[in-house]
Design a protein around this ligand. Sequence first.
Ligand code: MF3
Ligand code: CO
Ligand code: CO
Length: 293
Amino acid sequence: MKNKKLKIGRNDICPCGSGKKFKNCCRNRKKEISLKEEYKNRYGIHLKEPHEIEGIRKCGELLLSIMDDVEKMICPGLKTDEINTFVHNRTVQAGAIPAPLNYRGFPKSVCVSINEVICHGIPSERILEDGDIVNVDITPILDGYYADASKTFFVGTPTRDGEKIVNVAAQSLKRAIEAVAPGATLGDVGWAIQNYAEAQGCSVVREFVGHGVGIDFHEQPQVLHFGKRGKGLPLVPGMVFTIEPMINLGKRDLHVLEDRWTAVTNDGSLSAQFEQTILVTEAGYESLTPYDL
Ligand code: MF3
Ligand code: CO
Ligand code: CO
């Protein structure tokens, strides 16, 4: 005899024993699993499980507590190497590892980028001066999980140019984060930055991008800070990536110094950056390294 009802109907009771309707229970799970496989196979993107998200969130909390203390230290006369020592010690004391140290040969535990330095500044004997702007980019590894965030601070009294570029960079990240939701695309995120920053007469660096993060320092996808609305990969819940726009007061062109890390603007203009680690949720987004912008 033929059994017509081999297939579980949407409104049938779920066979898992939950008592819920199939459509409200494992039918969704099946969809999630196939999405997870599709993103892995097609794009190399690891959609995070709840326990992984919790691990990244914890790491983010540690990161922000270190960042808050760094902010309190910032003043004219401080050596950038003192920021490195502080971040290194705080990270290790918390049972975590500073991800930058020895990453592809990077010699220090944090990136510290002053004025025309766009990113990847190496802490040194250089002293912070009144009117400087300084980005501090921190990435701890806690229990195997990575969180990545940065902020640009004023040293002493800000200059007009300093104030302008720091505000535009912060607002660029804020707008980009607010564009994150399931169904939005990476192009929407890039566009939010480019559209705003260029309208302010600033330029967006293209050589460095945001990135998937969490299980590793730099995962798929690449998150461009420029783009077209509706283009690029659709965002889905479980994606975790950084957005980290680098905005220049002058032109976007850059070069890397002899040390093979320090990226600086070609025209010597100021550059500012803010970065957070963002989770795509069913409802929109959650920052796993949340701070006010
Ligand atoms: N934290 C940087 C980022 O946002 C990467 C720094 S790589 C290092 O992706 F080696 F310079 F630390
Ligand atoms: Co990053
Ligand atoms: Co970073």
